[in-house]
Write a protein that binds this ligand. Structure first.
Ligand code: GLN
Length: 549
């Protein structure tokens, strides 16, 4: 049984994928929050991977990591950013998560000899998880995004579970369909038919949408609004115009132009809970993002960059957003330029071009490709005093660069690439080694939130303004404890360490040596929020602005 009056909003996609269900759900959540409700977003992905950790980011986008260490779809990042929440493992599920659980239970005689049919066992397990997520957050409204598009076979079980909930609690469950209205170039006119067909398909599952969000290149005119309303059996006010816009952070404000908030409250028989619903702080942030004083140019150097810009911005979305938040609040508009580090390996002179940039970031990554080029870029940033921020691999490679070019250990390397030399300064921890020997790749890195202690008077401690922090991890290798003393003797400061002092969490150069040169073993980008930019990104942008002057 669900909590009395607990509400469920299901968000499904019509016509095609990539219409922005995640942003639509996040924006609905933001609007409900502004009206005083506690919401918990849930992402349902229909694929069989048990989590997103084993998927290639250039194909599937960024792997977003929760505090718990669960590796999830990038949409979870949107939810955390829009809703200022730290999400839990129970807020993310795939078909794989559900089937894995059921099959394990079946193998353990957990069904006591019954025939384990998908119906009702799959749908019941799905509903049990949705309820658990709502209970964990003690929320008023669960906002459940069902991945995929209406008509896919893969998501049918999830839609069926949602339908059953609607039958059980007709007053407390609603469906939002995010659809797409194309404007064919030859006609120059917005077409509603694909949306009508998508609704019919949804109807064939026994589900009627209560709201249709009409995505498209143009705003929806009243005539077409009425046409959709008439043919899809819902009031015209429940059809929301959602044209393409530049910034995703404008979407909640745009939705509210069509009063989606009151439509939802009416459908779910809810009254606003005291808050004024005017999204004041959010508007302030959106204004900041549009009214900037300076442009800054930041080079992002890495190896993932041979798949086209589109995929790239998906693979590094949290880094991009973190840079934006810290820049906007400091009156700057960042331009991120993706640089393929391999170009320095074929033509070392090209590294000089980096002097055009106001700052350099090396984001996380895996494997050998392009790594020598990245190290050249880091050396350039260090020698030319260009602000540098290294994230995970970007920190490990900064340590390697320092060991090779400052200390003189020419064979300094990471065991990920070469474990044979006498200076394996980034090494695998014994517990990780065992996992790899056993081929245990899924969910086997150092994952999720770990605490760190900061050294007084360092960039890191100045930025955070505290002595202990908690940040999220996703990596297998660590700075090798055998070399730490020697590295520090030569001037690199490990300004953040695990509380027992064993693991190096932040490496930096002192302020009298370099204006800002800092790398983190963790991923600070996962905790950057529009209204609360991340302190390390903000410190980096501050240095970038100073460098530009
Ligand atoms: N490849 C490195 C490791 O596994 C860094 C990982 C990362 O950047 N996320 O430790």
């Amino acid at each position: 049984m669900k909590k009395k009056n607990h509400k469920y909003i299901f968000v499904v996609g019509g016509v095609m994928s990539g219409v922005g269900k995640g942003i639509a759900s996040s924006s609905i959540g933001k609007i409900l929050q502004s009206k005083g409700f506690k919401v918990n977003p849930i992402k349902v992905d229909p694929y069989l991977n048990v989590d997103a950790g084993t998927m290639n980011p250039t194909e599937h986008g960024e792997v977003f990591v929760l505090d718990s260490g669960l590796e999830t779809d990038q949409d979870m990042g949107n939810y955390e950013r829009f809703l200022e929440l730290d999400l839990k493992s129970s807020d993310y599920m795939t078909s794989g998560t559900i089937y894995y659980h059921i099959i394990q239970k079946e193998r353990a005689m957990g069904y006591k000899g019954k025939c384990v049919d998908p119906l009702p066992f799959i749908t019941e397990e799905i509903m049990r998880r949705w309820k658990k997520a709502a209970d964990t957050h003690e929320s008023d409204v669960s906002l459940i995004e069902i991945g995929g598009t209406i008509g896919d076979y893969q998501n049918i079980m999830f839609i069926e579970a949602a339908r059953i909930l609607k039958v059980k609690y007709p007053q407390d469950v609603m469906f939002v369909m995010v659809s797409y209205l194309p404007v064919p170039g030859s006609l120059g006119e917005m077409k509603t038919r694909p949306t009508q067909n998508a609704v019919r398909q949804l109807n064939s599952y026994g589900v009627q949408p209560d709201v249709i969000i009409a995505r498209g290149p143009l705003p929806l005119d009243f005539k077409r609004k009425e046409k959709i309303a008439f043919s899809c059996s819902l009031p015209a006010e429940n059809v929301i115009s959602a044209p393409d816009i530049k910034s995703v952070y404008d979407v909640p404000l745009n939705f509210e132009k069509d009063k989606i908030g009151s439509v939802i409250l009416k459908t779910l028989h809810m009254r606003p809970k005291g808050a004024n619903g005017d999204l004041t702080e959010w508007k302030q942030f959106v204004n900041k993002s549009k009214n900037y004083k300076t442009d800054i140019k930041i080079a992002v150097v890495g190896k993932y960059f041979d798949t086209g810009d589109f995929v790239l911005s998906d693979a590094y979305i949290s880094v991009i957003e973190a840079v934006k938040f810290s820049s906007y609040w400091q009156g700057a508009r960042p331009e991120l330029v993706w640089i393929n580090s391999k170009e320095y390996e074929t033509d070392p002179k090209k590294v000089k071009n980096l002097s055009e940039y106001d700052g350099i970031i090396v984001p996380g990554g895996f494997g050998e490709s392009g790594i020598e080029g990245v190290i050249m870029a880091i050396e350039f940033a260090r020698k030319n005093k260009i602000p540098y921020l290294g994230l995970c691999y970007g920190m490990q490679l900064a340590v390697i660069e320092f060991c090779r070019n400052v200390i003189g250990w020419k064979d300094a390397h990471t065991a990920e690439i070469n474990s044979q030399g006498s200076h394996v300064v980034i090494d695998i921890m014994p517990e990780q080694k065992k996992l790899l020997e056993d081929n245990k790749y899924g969910a086997s890195m150092r994952l999720g939130a770990y605490p760190a202690q900061l050294k007084k008077g360092t960039h890191a401690q100045n930025a955070y303004g505290t002595d202990t922090i908690s940040e999220r991890h996703r990596h297998r290798y660590e700075v090798n404890p055998a070399f730490i003393e020697e590295i520090e003797k030569h001037g690199m400061v490990f300004s953040g360490t695990s509380p027992d002092g064993r693991l190096m969490e932040i490496a930096e150069l002192p302020q009298d040596v370099h204006p800002f040169f800092l790398g983190t073993q963790f991923h600070p980008e996962f905790k950057a929020r529009p209204l609360h930019p991340h302190p390390l990104f903000s410190a980096f942008i501050k240095a970038v602005l100073k460098h530009k002057k």
